[in-house]
Design a protein around this ligand. Structure first.
Ligand SMILES: Cc1cc2nc3c(=O)[nH]c(=O)nc-3n(C[C@H](O)[C@H](O)[C@H](O)COP(=O)(O)OP(=O)(O)OC[C@H]3O[C@@H](n4cnc5c(N)ncnc54)[C@H](O)[C@@H]3O)c2cc1C
Length: 375
Protein backbone atom coordinates (compact mmCIF):
# COMPACT_ATOMS: atom_id res chain seq x y z
CA UNK A 1 0.00 0.00 0.00
CA UNK A 2 1.30 3.45 -0.93
CA UNK A 3 2.00 5.75 2.02
CA UNK A 4 -0.09 8.93 1.74
CA UNK A 5 0.25 12.32 3.42
CA UNK A 6 -2.78 12.98 5.61
CA UNK A 7 -3.89 16.24 7.23
CA UNK A 8 -6.31 15.98 10.16
CA UNK A 9 -8.10 18.86 11.90
CA UNK A 10 -8.97 18.36 15.60
CA UNK A 11 -7.26 16.38 18.37
CA UNK A 12 -10.49 15.20 20.01
CA UNK A 13 -11.15 11.48 20.09
CA UNK A 14 -12.37 11.41 16.47
CA UNK A 15 -9.25 13.10 15.08
CA UNK A 16 -7.06 10.84 17.22
CA UNK A 17 -8.93 7.71 16.08
CA UNK A 18 -8.48 8.65 12.39
CA UNK A 19 -4.81 9.42 13.06
CA UNK A 20 -4.35 6.06 14.83
CA UNK A 21 -5.94 4.09 12.00
CA UNK A 22 -3.87 6.02 9.43
CA UNK A 23 -0.66 5.37 11.39
CA UNK A 24 -1.56 1.66 11.62
CA UNK A 25 -1.60 1.68 7.81
CA UNK A 26 1.74 3.44 7.42
CA UNK A 27 0.48 6.86 6.32
CA UNK A 28 2.25 10.14 7.20
CA UNK A 29 0.05 12.32 9.39
CA UNK A 30 -0.04 15.95 10.47
CA UNK A 31 -2.74 16.82 13.00
CA UNK A 32 -3.79 20.41 13.78
CA UNK A 33 -5.49 21.36 17.05
CA UNK A 34 -6.44 24.96 17.75
CA UNK A 35 -6.08 24.67 21.56
CA UNK A 36 -3.05 23.81 23.70
CA UNK A 37 -4.75 20.49 24.43
CA UNK A 38 -8.11 19.09 23.38
CA UNK A 39 -10.68 20.55 25.78
CA UNK A 40 -14.08 19.98 24.16
CA UNK A 41 -16.50 17.01 24.28
CA UNK A 42 -13.69 14.44 24.27
CA UNK A 43 -12.49 15.45 27.74
CA UNK A 44 -15.91 16.40 29.18
CA UNK A 45 -17.73 13.07 28.84
CA UNK A 46 -18.51 10.14 31.15
CA UNK A 47 -15.72 7.96 29.74
CA UNK A 48 -18.16 5.16 29.06
CA UNK A 49 -17.29 2.80 26.21
CA UNK A 50 -20.89 1.74 25.81
CA UNK A 51 -21.61 -0.86 23.09
CA UNK A 52 -24.89 -1.82 24.81
CA UNK A 53 -26.33 1.61 23.88
CA UNK A 54 -25.84 1.08 20.15
CA UNK A 55 -28.40 -0.28 17.73
CA UNK A 56 -27.96 -4.06 17.55
CA UNK A 57 -27.02 -3.90 13.88
CA UNK A 58 -24.69 -2.69 12.55
CA UNK A 59 -23.42 -0.34 15.25
CA UNK A 60 -22.90 -2.90 18.04
CA UNK A 61 -20.27 -4.72 15.92
CA UNK A 62 -18.48 -1.43 15.17
CA UNK A 63 -18.52 -0.60 18.89
CA UNK A 64 -16.90 -3.95 19.73
CA UNK A 65 -14.15 -3.40 17.12
CA UNK A 66 -13.63 0.07 18.57
CA UNK A 67 -13.35 -1.38 22.07
CA UNK A 68 -10.74 -3.87 20.84
CA UNK A 69 -8.62 -0.95 19.51
CA UNK A 70 -9.07 0.94 22.81
CA UNK A 71 -7.68 -2.15 24.59
CA UNK A 72 -4.64 -2.25 22.32
CA UNK A 73 -3.96 1.45 22.66
CA UNK A 74 -4.38 1.16 26.43
CA UNK A 75 -1.64 -1.47 26.49
CA UNK A 76 0.58 0.59 24.19
CA UNK A 77 0.19 3.76 26.30
CA UNK A 78 -0.41 2.36 29.78
CA UNK A 79 -3.89 3.89 29.89
CA UNK A 80 -6.38 3.25 32.68
CA UNK A 81 -9.14 1.01 31.37
CA UNK A 82 -11.83 -0.32 33.68
CA UNK A 83 -13.72 -3.41 32.44
CA UNK A 84 -16.58 -2.71 34.84
CA UNK A 85 -19.61 -3.65 32.69
CA UNK A 86 -22.94 -1.83 32.88
CA UNK A 87 -26.17 -2.15 34.80
CA UNK A 88 -29.53 -0.68 33.74
CA UNK A 89 -31.81 -0.60 36.77
CA UNK A 90 -35.61 -0.58 36.60
CA UNK A 91 -37.64 1.11 39.36
CA UNK A 92 -40.97 0.92 37.49
CA UNK A 93 -42.80 -2.05 35.95
CA UNK A 94 -42.82 -0.49 32.47
CA UNK A 95 -39.05 0.00 32.64
CA UNK A 96 -38.58 -3.66 33.54
CA UNK A 97 -40.76 -4.63 30.58
CA UNK A 98 -38.51 -2.67 28.22
CA UNK A 99 -35.47 -4.43 29.65
CA UNK A 100 -37.15 -7.82 29.16
CA UNK A 101 -38.03 -7.02 25.54
CA UNK A 102 -34.55 -5.70 24.85
CA UNK A 103 -32.98 -8.77 26.45
CA UNK A 104 -34.99 -11.12 24.22
CA UNK A 105 -33.83 -9.28 21.06
CA UNK A 106 -30.24 -8.99 22.32
CA UNK A 107 -30.01 -12.68 23.22
CA UNK A 108 -31.36 -13.57 19.76
CA UNK A 109 -28.62 -11.35 18.28
CA UNK A 110 -25.90 -13.09 20.31
CA UNK A 111 -25.26 -10.14 22.65
CA UNK A 112 -23.90 -11.07 26.04
CA UNK A 113 -26.26 -9.61 28.68
CA UNK A 114 -28.41 -10.93 31.51
CA UNK A 115 -31.68 -9.98 33.20
CA UNK A 116 -31.30 -9.79 36.98
CA UNK A 117 -33.83 -9.94 39.79
CA UNK A 118 -33.64 -7.18 42.43
CA UNK A 119 -31.62 -9.26 44.87
CA UNK A 120 -29.05 -10.02 42.19
CA UNK A 121 -28.86 -6.37 41.12
CA UNK A 122 -27.85 -5.50 44.66
CA UNK A 123 -25.13 -8.15 44.61
CA UNK A 124 -23.64 -6.69 41.39
CA UNK A 125 -23.98 -3.00 42.34
CA UNK A 126 -23.27 -1.60 45.80
CA UNK A 127 -24.87 1.70 44.67
CA UNK A 128 -28.25 0.56 43.32
CA UNK A 129 -31.18 1.85 45.38
CA UNK A 130 -33.22 -1.14 46.67
CA UNK A 131 -36.32 0.98 47.25
CA UNK A 132 -38.85 0.15 44.51
CA UNK A 133 -36.26 -1.83 42.57
CA UNK A 134 -37.85 -4.22 40.02
CA UNK A 135 -34.67 -5.69 38.55
CA UNK A 136 -32.00 -4.86 36.01
CA UNK A 137 -30.03 -5.69 32.90
CA UNK A 138 -26.36 -6.55 33.35
CA UNK A 139 -23.86 -6.49 30.52
CA UNK A 140 -20.17 -7.34 31.07
CA UNK A 141 -18.85 -5.53 27.96
CA UNK A 142 -18.95 -1.82 28.86
CA UNK A 143 -15.61 -0.35 29.83
CA UNK A 144 -14.48 2.83 31.55
CA UNK A 145 -11.76 5.21 30.42
CA UNK A 146 -10.78 8.51 32.00
CA UNK A 147 -11.36 11.17 29.34
CA UNK A 148 -9.41 13.74 31.32
CA UNK A 149 -6.20 11.79 30.87
CA UNK A 150 -6.70 9.39 28.00
CA UNK A 151 -7.13 11.87 25.15
CA UNK A 152 -3.91 13.71 26.03
CA UNK A 153 -2.08 10.41 26.56
CA UNK A 154 -3.12 9.05 23.16
CA UNK A 155 -1.98 12.29 21.50
CA UNK A 156 1.44 12.07 23.22
CA UNK A 157 1.78 8.43 22.20
CA UNK A 158 0.91 9.15 18.56
CA UNK A 159 3.47 11.92 18.53
CA UNK A 160 6.30 10.14 20.40
CA UNK A 161 5.94 6.56 19.19
CA UNK A 162 3.95 6.66 15.92
CA UNK A 163 5.55 9.63 14.18
CA UNK A 164 2.38 11.76 14.02
CA UNK A 165 3.22 15.47 13.72
CA UNK A 166 0.78 17.14 16.13
CA UNK A 167 0.57 20.91 16.04
CA UNK A 168 -1.29 22.32 19.03
CA UNK A 169 -2.24 26.00 19.20
CA UNK A 170 -2.78 25.90 15.44
CA UNK A 171 -6.17 26.85 14.04
CA UNK A 172 -7.16 25.71 10.58
CA UNK A 173 -9.10 28.43 8.76
CA UNK A 174 -9.74 26.80 5.40
CA UNK A 175 -9.85 23.33 3.86
CA UNK A 176 -9.94 22.53 0.15
CA UNK A 177 -8.84 19.65 -2.05
CA UNK A 178 -5.29 18.72 -0.99
CA UNK A 179 -4.85 21.95 1.00
CA UNK A 180 -5.31 23.25 4.53
CA UNK A 181 -4.70 26.87 5.47
CA UNK A 182 -3.73 27.72 9.05
CA UNK A 183 -4.37 31.00 10.87
CA UNK A 184 -0.78 32.15 10.30
CA UNK A 185 -1.61 32.21 6.57
CA UNK A 186 0.49 29.16 5.69
CA UNK A 187 -0.79 26.58 3.24
CA UNK A 188 -0.19 22.83 3.86
CA UNK A 189 -0.56 20.18 1.12
CA UNK A 190 -1.87 16.64 1.74
CA UNK A 191 -3.12 13.71 -0.32
CA UNK A 192 -6.13 13.31 1.98
CA UNK A 193 -7.73 15.67 4.52
CA UNK A 194 -10.01 14.72 7.40
CA UNK A 195 -11.84 17.44 9.32
CA UNK A 196 -12.81 16.30 12.85
CA UNK A 197 -13.77 19.61 14.44
CA UNK A 198 -16.69 18.21 16.46
CA UNK A 199 -19.57 20.63 17.01
CA UNK A 200 -17.20 23.48 16.01
CA UNK A 201 -16.75 22.20 12.45
CA UNK A 202 -18.63 25.29 11.26
CA UNK A 203 -15.52 27.39 11.89
CA UNK A 204 -14.35 25.83 8.60
CA UNK A 205 -17.66 24.92 6.93
CA UNK A 206 -20.35 27.44 7.96
CA UNK A 207 -23.84 25.95 7.78
CA UNK A 208 -22.63 22.34 7.57
CA UNK A 209 -24.36 21.12 10.74
CA UNK A 210 -27.80 22.29 9.64
CA UNK A 211 -27.26 20.99 6.07
CA UNK A 212 -26.46 17.57 7.50
CA UNK A 213 -29.42 17.54 9.90
CA UNK A 214 -27.18 17.87 12.99
CA UNK A 215 -28.33 19.87 16.01
CA UNK A 216 -25.96 21.21 18.66
CA UNK A 217 -26.73 19.68 22.05
CA UNK A 218 -25.56 20.88 25.47
CA UNK A 219 -25.23 18.46 28.40
CA UNK A 220 -24.75 19.42 32.07
CA UNK A 221 -22.56 17.15 34.20
CA UNK A 222 -21.44 16.91 37.84
CA UNK A 223 -18.76 15.02 39.76
CA UNK A 224 -18.53 14.03 43.42
CA UNK A 225 -15.50 14.02 45.66
CA UNK A 226 -13.51 10.78 45.23
CA UNK A 227 -15.00 7.60 46.65
CA UNK A 228 -12.47 5.13 47.98
CA UNK A 229 -14.72 2.17 47.08
CA UNK A 230 -15.07 1.02 43.44
CA UNK A 231 -18.68 1.55 42.35
CA UNK A 232 -18.79 -1.64 40.26
CA UNK A 233 -20.62 -1.42 36.94
CA UNK A 234 -21.76 1.83 35.35
CA UNK A 235 -25.28 2.56 36.48
CA UNK A 236 -28.09 3.76 34.19
CA UNK A 237 -31.65 4.50 35.33
CA UNK A 238 -34.97 3.87 33.61
CA UNK A 239 -35.01 7.40 32.14
CA UNK A 240 -32.03 6.35 30.02
CA UNK A 241 -34.23 3.92 28.10
CA UNK A 242 -35.70 7.00 26.35
CA UNK A 243 -32.28 8.10 25.23
CA UNK A 244 -30.30 5.32 23.52
CA UNK A 245 -31.25 3.94 20.09
CA UNK A 246 -30.92 0.31 21.20
CA UNK A 247 -34.21 0.45 23.13
CA UNK A 248 -36.18 2.20 20.35
CA UNK A 249 -37.53 -1.08 18.95
CA UNK A 250 -39.02 -2.20 22.31
CA UNK A 251 -42.84 -1.82 22.19
CA UNK A 252 -43.01 -1.14 25.95
CA UNK A 253 -40.89 2.01 25.58
CA UNK A 254 -43.96 4.03 24.51
CA UNK A 255 -45.50 3.52 27.96
CA UNK A 256 -42.31 4.70 29.70
CA UNK A 257 -42.24 7.83 27.53
CA UNK A 258 -45.95 8.51 28.15
CA UNK A 259 -45.57 8.13 31.90
CA UNK A 260 -42.55 10.42 32.12
CA UNK A 261 -44.11 13.04 29.82
CA UNK A 262 -47.32 13.05 31.89
CA UNK A 263 -45.86 12.96 35.40
CA UNK A 264 -42.59 14.85 34.89
CA UNK A 265 -42.66 17.21 31.89
CA UNK A 266 -39.63 19.01 33.39
CA UNK A 267 -37.51 15.94 32.60
CA UNK A 268 -38.50 16.01 28.93
CA UNK A 269 -38.09 19.78 28.81
CA UNK A 270 -34.40 19.49 29.72
CA UNK A 271 -33.85 16.02 28.20
CA UNK A 272 -32.80 14.57 31.55
CA UNK A 273 -31.78 10.96 32.04
CA UNK A 274 -29.34 9.71 34.63
CA UNK A 275 -26.15 7.69 34.58
CA UNK A 276 -23.15 7.22 36.87
CA UNK A 277 -19.54 6.38 36.02
CA UNK A 278 -16.39 6.43 38.14
CA UNK A 279 -13.09 7.85 36.99
CA UNK A 280 -9.53 6.84 37.76
CA UNK A 281 -9.44 9.10 40.86
CA UNK A 282 -12.60 7.56 42.28
CA UNK A 283 -14.85 10.54 41.52
CA UNK A 284 -18.38 9.61 40.52
CA UNK A 285 -19.30 11.27 37.24
CA UNK A 286 -23.00 12.16 37.16
CA UNK A 287 -25.26 13.35 34.37
CA UNK A 288 -26.97 14.48 32.27
CA UNK A 289 -29.33 16.81 30.38
CA UNK A 290 -29.92 17.72 26.73
CA UNK A 291 -30.65 21.26 25.50
CA UNK A 292 -30.60 22.07 21.80
CA UNK A 293 -29.59 24.89 19.43
CA UNK A 294 -31.26 28.18 20.45
CA UNK A 295 -31.81 26.90 24.03
CA UNK A 296 -28.04 26.57 24.54
CA UNK A 297 -26.80 29.19 26.97
CA UNK A 298 -23.18 29.71 28.06
CA UNK A 299 -24.53 29.62 31.63
CA UNK A 300 -25.50 26.39 33.39
CA UNK A 301 -28.85 26.04 35.14
CA UNK A 302 -28.95 25.10 38.83
CA UNK A 303 -32.47 23.77 38.20
CA UNK A 304 -31.07 21.14 35.82
CA UNK A 305 -28.41 20.03 38.29
CA UNK A 306 -31.10 19.71 40.97
CA UNK A 307 -33.28 17.56 38.70
CA UNK A 308 -30.35 15.32 37.78
CA UNK A 309 -29.55 14.83 41.46
CA UNK A 310 -33.23 14.23 42.33
CA UNK A 311 -33.45 11.46 39.74
CA UNK A 312 -30.10 9.99 40.76
CA UNK A 313 -31.36 9.66 44.34
CA UNK A 314 -34.17 7.46 42.97
CA UNK A 315 -31.77 4.96 41.42
CA UNK A 316 -28.66 5.12 43.60
CA UNK A 317 -27.62 5.30 47.23
CA UNK A 318 -24.35 7.11 47.62
CA UNK A 319 -22.46 7.29 50.90
CA UNK A 320 -21.98 11.03 50.26
CA UNK A 321 -23.24 13.35 47.56
CA UNK A 322 -20.75 16.19 47.91
CA UNK A 323 -20.47 17.73 44.46
CA UNK A 324 -17.01 19.09 43.72
CA UNK A 325 -17.25 19.86 40.01
CA UNK A 326 -19.89 21.03 37.54
CA UNK A 327 -19.44 21.59 33.80
CA UNK A 328 -21.12 21.20 30.46
CA UNK A 329 -20.17 19.72 27.11
CA UNK A 330 -21.55 20.16 23.60
CA UNK A 331 -21.88 17.60 20.84
CA UNK A 332 -23.71 17.30 17.53
CA UNK A 333 -26.88 15.23 17.52
CA UNK A 334 -28.28 13.48 14.47
CA UNK A 335 -31.66 11.68 14.50
CA UNK A 336 -30.27 8.37 13.19
CA UNK A 337 -26.50 8.24 12.52
CA UNK A 338 -23.66 7.64 15.01
CA UNK A 339 -21.39 9.56 12.67
CA UNK A 340 -22.09 11.98 9.85
CA UNK A 341 -19.71 11.47 6.93
CA UNK A 342 -19.57 14.07 4.20
CA UNK A 343 -17.08 15.12 1.51
CA UNK A 344 -17.65 18.84 0.81
CA UNK A 345 -14.76 18.86 -1.68
CA UNK A 346 -12.98 15.96 -3.37
CA UNK A 347 -10.54 14.35 -0.93
CA UNK A 348 -11.76 16.41 2.07
CA UNK A 349 -13.70 14.22 4.50
CA UNK A 350 -15.68 15.73 7.37
CA UNK A 351 -16.48 13.37 10.24
CA UNK A 352 -18.84 14.44 13.04
CA UNK A 353 -19.49 11.86 15.76
CA UNK A 354 -23.04 12.47 16.89
CA UNK A 355 -24.89 11.79 20.11
CA UNK A 356 -23.26 10.35 23.19
CA UNK A 357 -21.23 7.69 21.44
CA UNK A 358 -18.07 9.26 20.04
CA UNK A 359 -15.81 7.70 22.66
CA UNK A 360 -17.44 4.32 22.04
CA UNK A 361 -17.48 4.32 18.26
CA UNK A 362 -14.58 6.42 16.91
CA UNK A 363 -11.85 3.82 16.61
CA UNK A 364 -14.18 1.35 14.86
CA UNK A 365 -15.58 3.99 12.48
CA UNK A 366 -12.09 5.25 11.62
CA UNK A 367 -10.91 1.72 10.80
CA UNK A 368 -13.93 1.19 8.54
CA UNK A 369 -13.24 4.41 6.62
CA UNK A 370 -9.55 3.71 6.20
CA UNK A 371 -10.29 0.19 4.95
CA UNK A 372 -12.50 1.77 2.25
CA UNK A 373 -10.03 4.52 1.32
CA UNK A 374 -7.06 2.13 1.03
CA UNK A 375 -8.97 -0.50 -0.94
C1 LIG B 1 -21.20 15.54 28.52
C2 LIG B 1 -20.90 14.48 27.49
C3 LIG B 1 -20.90 13.15 27.87
C4 LIG B 1 -20.60 12.18 26.92
N1 LIG B 1 -20.43 10.88 27.33
C5 LIG B 1 -19.98 9.95 26.44
C6 LIG B 1 -19.68 8.65 26.85
O1 LIG B 1 -19.70 8.33 28.03
N2 LIG B 1 -19.35 7.73 25.91
C7 LIG B 1 -19.25 8.06 24.59
O2 LIG B 1 -18.98 7.17 23.77
N3 LIG B 1 -19.45 9.34 24.17
C8 LIG B 1 -19.81 10.28 25.05
N4 LIG B 1 -20.01 11.56 24.64
C9 LIG B 1 -19.81 11.90 23.23
C10 LIG B 1 -18.33 12.11 22.92
O3 LIG B 1 -17.69 12.80 23.96
C11 LIG B 1 -18.20 12.86 21.60
O4 LIG B 1 -18.93 12.17 20.59
C12 LIG B 1 -16.76 12.95 21.15
O5 LIG B 1 -15.93 13.43 22.17
C13 LIG B 1 -16.65 13.86 19.93
O6 LIG B 1 -15.29 13.90 19.58
P1 LIG B 1 -14.76 14.89 18.47
O7 LIG B 1 -13.32 14.61 18.31
O8 LIG B 1 -15.64 14.79 17.26
O9 LIG B 1 -15.08 16.34 19.02
P2 LIG B 1 -14.34 17.27 20.08
O10 LIG B 1 -14.00 16.56 21.32
O11 LIG B 1 -15.21 18.47 20.17
O12 LIG B 1 -12.98 17.63 19.39
C14 LIG B 1 -12.91 18.48 18.26
C15 LIG B 1 -11.56 19.17 18.31
O13 LIG B 1 -11.38 19.92 17.11
C16 LIG B 1 -10.74 21.12 17.44
N5 LIG B 1 -11.04 22.09 16.38
C17 LIG B 1 -12.27 22.54 16.01
N6 LIG B 1 -12.15 23.41 14.98
C18 LIG B 1 -10.82 23.53 14.71
C19 LIG B 1 -10.06 24.27 13.77
N7 LIG B 1 -10.66 25.10 12.89
N8 LIG B 1 -8.71 24.15 13.77
C20 LIG B 1 -8.09 23.30 14.64
N9 LIG B 1 -8.76 22.58 15.57
C21 LIG B 1 -10.11 22.67 15.60
C22 LIG B 1 -11.34 21.52 18.78
O14 LIG B 1 -10.49 22.40 19.50
C23 LIG B 1 -11.48 20.16 19.46
O15 LIG B 1 -10.36 19.84 20.28
C24 LIG B 1 -20.34 12.55 25.57
C25 LIG B 1 -20.35 13.90 25.21
C26 LIG B 1 -20.62 14.86 26.15
C27 LIG B 1 -20.61 16.32 25.73
Amino acid sequence: MESKSVGIVGAGIVGLAYATAAADRGHRITLFERDRAASSASVRNFGMLWPIGQALTPSYGTALRSLARWRRIATETDLWLNPCGSLHVAHEDDEMEVLQQFHAAAAAGGIDCQLLKSADVLKVSPLANPSGLRGGLWSPTETGVDPRTSVARIASHLSAARGVDIRFDTTVTEASTERLRTADGRMHRFDRIIVCGGSDVESIYPGLLREQGIRRCKLQMLATAPHSVPMGPFLAGGLTLRHYGNFAACPALAAVKRRVAGAHPELDRFGIHVMIAQNQDGQLILGDSHEYDDDISPFDKAEIDDLILRELHRIARLPAWSITERWHGIYGKHPSSAIVRTEPEPGVHVRVATGGAGMTMSFGLAEEDWATWDR
